[in-house]
Design a protein around this ligand. Structure first.
Ligand SMILES: Nc1ncnc2c1ncn2[C@@H]1O[C@H](COP(=O)(O)OP(=O)(O)OP(=O)(O)O)[C@@H](O)[C@H]1O
Ligand SMILES: [Mg+2]
Length: 358
């Protein structure tokens, strides 16, 4: 296995690029495999060379998705608030003034590990959203939670395990007349799914999160199995900061696999007797007592109150999302609610609490 991390440079001044290249090569920890002098060339180099790291001028910083898992270092010969801000926004691991801070760059470059090691290391937390009672709001909570993570700057991939109905696709507005890639496209790879394969298949929502879509057709419903999702989720974890699983209600093999893979299971409850009863059963059957947190959804005045969660399950709910009139209509149109207003704020708080938790 190659021990040296592979770098691509994207710097404005050719003479600086030359110096940085020789300097990095001399450290013995980095090898410059490509150089770009504009944004287009940089994207092309990332695509073709799949570097472990990119050293870029602030003006050339690509988006996280475009980086395709590479680490990012910003480098310039001068520094201003605007360029620093751009570097931070682009997710740069550091900003280095050239040549004054080249030793710091060398230290950071030495920490970049070659791909295989690097891939094995990254394991984003997996958060399952699961509603034991139908209609409790699993799809609503899972899709909005993904958007809330994205807004908080945490790159998130929502994985739809609902192979038959693929409700997450409709809820986030995946166009029905466009061909899209789904988890079924990973099937030929068996259990050999890599982060790069996932990045090619994931559908991007305009609010900044990705979705590994479910096929939602009858053929795939019998061919996609739990182990396919296991391999897919293992690869998805290497591509983002947090994974949200949209788990269908029926505790079939795929749903159980999803729950098993999760670090945290958000159990979505309505304020009704069957929600509580079904949750208790599902938690026992799936064996997830230790990993559960409870989200009350569609809360409104009723005989059962959010405080009953603690009485029945021994812990207070991690979030209480109120019922709001606009939710069904937005969902029917494939639109996500803005993360303000009472419902939006409750979901944002949920994202924050889950993040602290993780
Ligand atoms: N907080 C809320 N306020 C008002 N309506 C809501 C709220 N949450 C969900 N709904 C609506 O309730 C219905 C069921 O929600 P959703 O589809 O998310 O539930 P589900 O648990 O995924 O259902 P299923 O069991 O069918 O998968 C939808 O019409 C949705 O728009
Ligand atoms: Mg649903």
């Amino acid at each position: 296995m190659e021990e040296v991390a592979r770098f691509v440079l994207a710097l404005e001044q050719p003479e600086v690029a030359e110096e940085v290249m020789h300097f990095l090569d001399r450290t013995g920890h980095a090898r410059v495999v490509g150089s770009a002098s504009d944004e287009r060339q940089l994207l092309e180099a990332i695509r073709q060379l799949e570097p472990d790291a990119v050293v870029a001028a602030p003006t050339f910083i690509p988006s996280r998705e475009e980086l395709n898992g590479a680490s990012l270092f910003a480098l310039d010969t001068t520094q201003s608030v605007a360029t620093l801000r751009r570097a931070i926004r682009g997710g740069a691991a550091g900003f280095y003034l050239w040549p004054a801070e080249r030793e710091e760059l060398a230290i950071a470059a030495a920490r970049i590990r070659p791909p295989i090691e690097h891939e094995m290391d990254k394991r984003a937390p997996v958060i399952a959203v699961y509603g034991p009672r139908g209609g409790a709001g699993t799809t609503f909570v899972a899709t909005h939670l993904a958007a809330a993570f994205a807004r908080r700057g945490r790159s998130c991939v929502l994985v739809d395990l609902d192979v038959v109905f693929a409700d997450a696709s409709a809820a986030v507005g995946v166009p029905i007349d466009e061909p899209v890639r789904t988890v079924a496209d990973l099937l030929p790879l068996g259990d050999e799914v890599s982060a790069r394969h996932v990045n090619e298949v994931v559908w991007r929502h305009q609010q900044g999160f990705g979705v590994l879509l479910a096929p939602g057709d009858e053929v795939a419903a019998v061919t996609v199995r739990g182990h396919h999702y296991r391999a897919a989720v293992a690869a998805v974890r290497k591509t983002c900061d947090v994974v949200v699983l949209h788990v269908p209600r029926a505790l079939d093999e795929i749903a159980r696999t999803g729950l098993e893979l999760s670090d945290r299971v958000l159990v979505v409850l309505g304020l009704d007797v069957l929600s509580f009863r079904d949750a208790r059963r599902a938690i026992t059957v799936a064996g997830i007592e230790e990993r559960c947190a409870f989200v009350v959804n569609r809360a409104r005045r009723s005989e059962i109150a959010p405080s009953d969660v603690e009485r029945v399950f021994g812990v207070p709910p991690i979030a209480v999302i109120p019922a709001a009139a606009g939710v069904p209509e937005a969902q029917d149109h494939g639109q996500l609610l803005p993360l303000r207003g009472r419902v939006g704020r409750a979901i944002d708080r949920l994202a924050r609490r889950v993040t602290e938790d993780a």
